[in-house]
Design a protein around this ligand. Structure first.
Ligand code: ADP
Ligand code: MG
Length: 683
């Protein structure tokens, strides 16, 4: 078989392998193994050593062992269903080989009388005689059997023998790839080539040898590939030329003068970065990252006003209507009267919607707020210059790229996220964007006091809630996520609702996954307008909504959540002037480790710090909820164990960007490693 590029063999489909037919291929495909390259990343868990040959007298019943014997006599029974038998022996004793469902001719061929044969299989005992039933391996060439084979976590339907055959076949045919790393980098891994590294990865002696150079080299390959893709997207976007917008100091003052607070330094710094991008001739593709309550909205609105004053339209997309409405209301308050803003809501009358659509097309509207509905096909902007997307952290790279394309060349893009992520992950998750970070909290903010309570002490909690309600405060009550099953969660929230409703009649509302969006928004609005005091909910209360009057959050079965999640939940309260509290409830006394985790939360109010700690304690997994978004999951690299490699890759990327180096020499690496296929239209 000839391939155009030598890496094409690795990307070829599985049927190109000897011994892999349709059936095996389909089994592997179910495990998301689609090509030869994918197979390389299922690592051996342990190995079987068949090099040790035992004498018959030393055999252990029940063990898989290798023997070297001579067949002495055949017993082919005339009765159907009885197995064929061959008596064999070595100088120390006798053993019978038993074959079910076998042909006489076959048995004669593989076990010729009086010749030495090597056999491997499980030893059993029948009426005081040693037996091997249907031996796994039989050969006159002992070197074929006396090997060490890897044990992989096998898929049903594929035997260890077949799997090892497949892997060995690949390792033998591994194409020699041209080295993509430069000398300095390679030296760090003791000049381990990709080929050698892969072979070592499957060498039984190297199982779980995570610290060795071959392993690190492969992990680094993986990290660099993912960073390169992101970096290349960012470079591509930056090359797009646009009409620049002018920063407008007067507009800035108009808004800031109305605020009863000063902007934090980080807010100012982010604004400077955003304004610089808006003013430049290249398209902006920037992420504004900041903890819940760090004040991103105001930054978005101030920058919008400059864009509007430069003669462009702005669109702000929020994840929910209620959030869109809140942003809209704030803009109404802060923007000068001559600025024309609208809220495109699914609840508006059709005639109203039609008007807004028409006026957007006629450039009569300067800024529109709404959910993803504002990007429907039928909505045409006359002169869209700026898209802001709030709380977007669930988008993957591909979706973001589509978004950036959507507004056209003249359109700058700002994404806002309240999910702080560990430093090592920033490049993998957001490497396609420039990032502005608001770390500093507004200084008028009181820290939310965090307590832990046993569920058996619920009476104390109720007492506390009574007091808070008396003072006119509102409470979020988050119900336990008992099981992954939505049904059970739903029941537990209903039960809690009934329980609380008895104690606080007419003061409790319930929100869960089965309530439809309109009803949900109504409930949230009523809560916002203080129509009731306690909101029981299972689903995470909408990110981003400002409930200034809610200052207690109670989270049941708190150990079911990651620290970052708990921190986000806690961020729902403490936006007003009163002291806020977060009560974490637990079913049982906390273990030492669990206490450690909860203490991190009690002692820190910094989402970035918490996310770092959370990752260290729980591993990468899905603590951040990125899994659905197609964010890269690494095969070998581990953001905690390989932190140095992540930083190394980041440095390398920075150098390439600064020196404007082409990614051409990494072409093979990218072709092999980029699962998102993005690179196919880049390289
Ligand atoms: P988030 O970053 O979570 O989107 P918001 O923009 O909703 O945060 O801001 C939360 C609250 O903090 C709002 O009520 C806002 O008016 C207020 N706020 C924003 N910036 C400051 C500041 N510098 N000082 C005091 N309060 C601020
Ligand atoms: Mg927000």
């Amino acid at each position: 078989m000839k391939y155009k590029n030598n890496y094409d063999y690795l990307l070829a489909d599985l049927t190109k392998l000897n011994g892999v037919g349709e059936k095996t291929m389909n089994i592997l495909k179910k495990k998301k193994i689609n090509n030869i390259f994918d197979l390389l990343w299922r690592l051996p868990k342990s190995y079987t050593d068949r090099t040790l040959v035992s004498k018959v007298c030393d055999l252990q019943i029940g063990e898989v062992q290798t023997i070297r014997v001579a067949p002495l006599k055949y017993q082919f029974p005339r009765v159907r269903n009885l197995p064929n038998k061959v008596n064999c022996l070595d100088e120390t004793g006798k053993i019978d080989c038993i074959f079910f469902n076998s042909h006489e001719g076959y048995v004669r061929k593989i076990l010729p009388l009086n010749e030495e044969v090597t056999i491997n299989g499980k030893i059993s005992n029948y009426k005081g005689r040693y037996q091997i039933t249907n031996p796994t391996y039989i050969s006159q060439d002992s070197s074929l059997i006396e090997t060490i084979d890897n044990k992989y976590s096998l898929t049903e339907g594929i035997t260890e023998k077949t799997y090892n055959k497949i892997i060995n076949q690949i390792l033998k045919k591994l194409p020699i790839l041209e080295e993509w790393h430069n000398k300095e980098i390679l030296r760090i891994f003791d000049n381990e080539s990709w080929n050698d590294a892969i072979i070592k990865l499957h060498n039984p002696k190297n199982i779980e040898n995570y610290k060795s150079n071959f392993y690190k080299r492969l992990a680094y390959d993986e990290i660099l590939a993912s960073f390169l893709v992101n970096s290349e997207i960012r470079r591509k976007i930056k090359k797009i030329k646009k009409v620049s917008k002018t920063f407008n100091q007067k507009a800035y003052n108009t808004i800031v003068d109305q605020l009863n607070f000063n902007l934090t330094n980080d807010q100012k710094k982010s604004l400077t970065e955003i304004n610089k991008d808006l003013n430049s001739k290249s398209k902006m593709f920037r992420l504004l990252q900041g903890d819940v309550g760090s004040g991103k909205t105001i930054v978005a609105l101030i920058s919008s006003l400059s864009v509007i004053n430069s003669g462009f339209q702005v669109a702000l997309m929020a994840p929910t209507e209620i959030l869109a409405r809140q942003h809209y209301a704030l803009a109404q308050k802060l923007f000068p009267e001559n600025i024309n803003i609208e809220l495109l809501s699914s609840k508006s009358e059709n005639i109203e919607k039609k008007r807004i659509v028409k006026e957007l097309e006629n450039n009569k509207i300067d800024m529109v707020f709404g959910t993803h509905a504002i990007f429907q096909k039928k909505i045409i902007f006359a002169k869209l210059g700026y898209i802001i997307i709030d709380e977007q952290h669930k988008f993957g790279v591909r979706q973001r790229k589509l978004l950036s394309d959507k507004g056209g060349d003249n359109c700058d893009v700002l994404l806002m996220s309240a999910t702080p992520i560990p430093r090592t992950l920033t490049m993998s998750v957001y490497g396609d964007m420039d990032v502005s970070i608001i770390r500093e909290k507004p200084n008028n903010r009181k820290e939310v006091k965090t307590y832990s309570k046993l569920e058996s002490k619920i009476d104390d909690v109720i007492k506390f809630v009574k007091k808070e309600i008396k003072e006119g405060n509102q409470i979020f009550w988050v119900c336990p996520l008992i099981e992954e099953s939505k049904k059970i969660d739903h029941q537990s929230s209903v039960t809690k609702y009934k329980f609380l409703n008895k104690i606080f009649p007419n003061k409790v509302a319930l929100l869960h996954g089965k309530i439809d969006i309109e009803e949900k928004e109504k409930i949230l609005n009523n809560f916002l307008n203080k129509k009731f005091s306690i909101l029981v909910s299972t689903t995470i209360i909408e990110v981003g909504i400002d409930f200034p009057n809610a200052n207690v959050i109670i989270i049941e079965n708190a150990n079911k959540f990651g620290l970052s999640q708990l921190h986000q939940l806690r961020g729902r309260v403490g936006r007003g002037i009163k002291q806020a509290s977060c009560i974490l409830m637990f079913k049982t006394n906390l273990s030492i480790n669990a206490k450690k985790r909860i203490n991190i939360l009690k002692n820190s109010n910094d989402g970035f710090e918490i996310s770092e700690e959370d990752m260290k304690l729980r591993g990468f997994g899905d603590i951040l909820g990125f899994k659905q978004s197609g964010v890269k999951n690494f095969k070998l690299a581990d953001p905690i164990q390989n932190e140095d490699l992540f930083l190394l890759a980041e440095k390398e990327i920075k150098k390439m960007e600064d020196e404007n180096l082409s990614i051409e020499k990494y072409k093979t690496l990218l072709k092999l490693y980029d699962q998102a296929d993005i690179i196919n239209y880049i390289v």
